[in-house]
Design a protein around this ligand. Structure first.
Ligand code: GTP
Ligand code: MG
Length: 501
């Protein structure tokens, strides 16, 4: 049967163990190359008659060129049995790489895998480099470079959010968005090129300022795309939630309660926590990194002092600060002053930035009287206007949460809301997101080029110059999805892949 092979068909056949190499139920080996089925057919035997080869060609004809799986006996050149295996044939071009692919599932013993691999080597195949299967898929037009990066992230990401972003990229959401912006640039280029090549009576008067609105639009789309990188990092790595406050506020107790196990040491001695603790936390499929810190106070204790410095450092890198206030044993009339004093002291010490969120959490609810619990929201509302004038007081969430360690549902709910505010639509819809530094750099170059082009237009510079710089922006966007001519760039990208992918 004649099959179409892609660009990479001049390459040799490659193989790799695509699953774990540890002892396990199955070891899955993957082979990709040209005319693979013919080569391998000599070693594949029918289980019903172990002296008769399986007629792969006939099977593929019956399946109309679709992938087929078979239970077979695999023997080496000396007719020694390697293993009874499940083998799947994926004919070119409808395979992952665009070449013929064979997947062989042997019993998951490293010795059996070694026997299979030595057979493959002895018949002229070689061990694949990391990511080489996907590289061939890109070369054969099965996917673009951005999608390939999505595949790599799908495997490496450690969060549910990361999986969703990677999935969107694999589905081509980012590729489509860059294509749309690139098309806009191409339409500007065609206007400029027309005026370079033709006289005004043929193509109308030359008025490059007419391109400015389109340029603004392309730039704002690119800037929105650029922002998805840092937001995407929050989604992928988890939104950082730091529990901060004075000693004994109940930070470590809430840390344990949210994690649902006794991770941090809790005592009634103020200054118990000295170091920063970090753990992953998932609430309603949202990924967080929960951080417990040492209580902030003036202290002469050397170790505690270092702990406090670390707490303040953590405050500066957290996405959400849960500022914990303990109102245990505070008279009702003094509550407002205590809240104001603690928040002001914190805001004056911590170095915050405008995109952080602060949620005020009143701890030890079970120790507070009903009057406090009932009126705390109103008391807080009357305080909050004062904080607006404080540096970074505007980061304060206008909500206040009263919680005990017994029931943290309300606190969790607020964390989910703040997560959504920080990550926006990125986790909700199939929105494009930049998922690698490489992609981010390409978008930054395109934005810079558009800025330069706008300046050239305003200075009434030559259309050739404007065109050349817009073309550079177009090329940079093109490189997000592919069209990279430098082999070393490709090599760098695929070197971070797993072997067998
Ligand atoms: N009744 C009650 N006690 C609590 C609650 N949360 C914390 N506590 C108690 O408050 C004390 C201090 O709790 P921690 O969680 O260690 O406080 P912390 O803020 O981590 O303190 P440092 O590590 O010293 O900064 C402990 O005795 C806890 O048992 C709560 O919701 N209810
Ligand atoms: Mg603690």
């Amino acid at each position: 049967m004649k099959r179409k092979y892609g660009l990479s068909s001049n390459f040799d056949s490659i193989f790799a163990l695509a699953s774990t190499s540890q002892r396990s139920a199955i070891h899955l080996h993957r082979v990709s190359g040209r005319n693979l089925f013919e080569i391998i057919s000599k070693y594949v035997y029918k289980p019903s008659n172990q002296n008769e080869n399986l007629n792969i060609d006939l099977l593929l004809q019956k399946s109309n060129g679709k992938a087929i799986s078979h239970y077979v006996y695999l023997k080496d050149q000396n007719l020694n049995l390697i293993d009874d295996v499940m083998i799947t044939f994926f004919p070119a071009p409808k395979s992952y790489t665009g070449e013929d692919i064979i997947e062989i599932g042997v019993h998951g013993n490293p010795l059996i895998s070694a026997k299979l691999q030595s057979l493959l080597r002895s018949i002229g195949m070689r061990d694949a480099e990391p990511g080489e299967f996907t590289q061939r898929a890109v070369l054969n037009g099965k996917m673009d470079l951005a999608q390939a990066e999505g595949i790599n992230q799908l495997i490496h990401t450690e969060t549910l959010g990361g999986i969703q972003l990677a999935r969107n990229t694999v589905e081509g959401v980012l590729s489509k968005e860059t294509e749309l912006i690139r098309d806009q640039l191409i339409s500007m280029l065609s206007y400029l090129e027309a005026h370079i090549d033709f006289a005004p009576d043929e193509v109308g008067d030359y008025n490059p300022s007419s391109l400015l609105p389109q340029m603004e639009e392309a730039k704002s789309k690119l800037e929105a795309l650029l922002n998805t990188y840092s937001t995407g990092l929050k989604v992928r790595e988890g939104v950082k939630v730091a529990l901060l406050g004075k000693p004994n506020a109940g930070k470590s107790s809430l840390y344990n309660a949210l994690l649902r196990y006794e991770r941090a040491i809790v005592t009634n001695i103020p200054g118990t926590t000295r170091d920063v603790l970090e753990d992953r936390l998932v609430i309603q499929n949202k990924d967080f990194v929960l951080i417990d810190t040492a209580g902030i106070r003036n202290t002469t204790d050397t170790v505690e002092k270092i702990g406090v410095e670390r707490s303040l450092k953590t405050a500066s890198i957290a996405d959400i600060i849960c500022f914990i206030i303990n109102l245990e044993n505070i008279e009702y009339e003094k509550i407002s002053d205590v809240i104001k004093f603690e928040i002001k002291a914190f805001l004056s010490e911590a170095k915050l930035s405008k995109d952080q969120k602060i949620l005020i959490v009143i701890s030890k609810k079970d120790l507070l009287n009903e009057k406090i619990i009932k009126n705390i929201e109103n008391i807080f509302k009357s305080c909050i206007s004062e904080f607006r004038t404080e540096p970074f007081g505007f980061c304060l969430d206008s909500n206040i949460v009263v919680t005990s360690t017994e029931n943290t549902d309300l606190l969790s709910k607020h964390l989910v809301i703040l997560h959504e505010e920080l990550t926006g639509m990125l986790t909700k819809n199939e929105n494009p997101a930049l998922i690698s530094m490489r992609q981010k750099n390409k978008v930054e170059i395109a934005i810079k080029c558009i800025d330069d082009a706008v300046n050239l237009i305003k200075q009434r510079d030559f259309p050739e110059k404007i065109s050349s710089i817009i073309n550079h922006a177009r090329q940079s966007l093109q490189e997000i999805v592919g069209e990279i001519h430098l082999d070393n760039v490709l090599e760098k990208i695929f070197s971070t892949f797993c072997i067998g992918k």
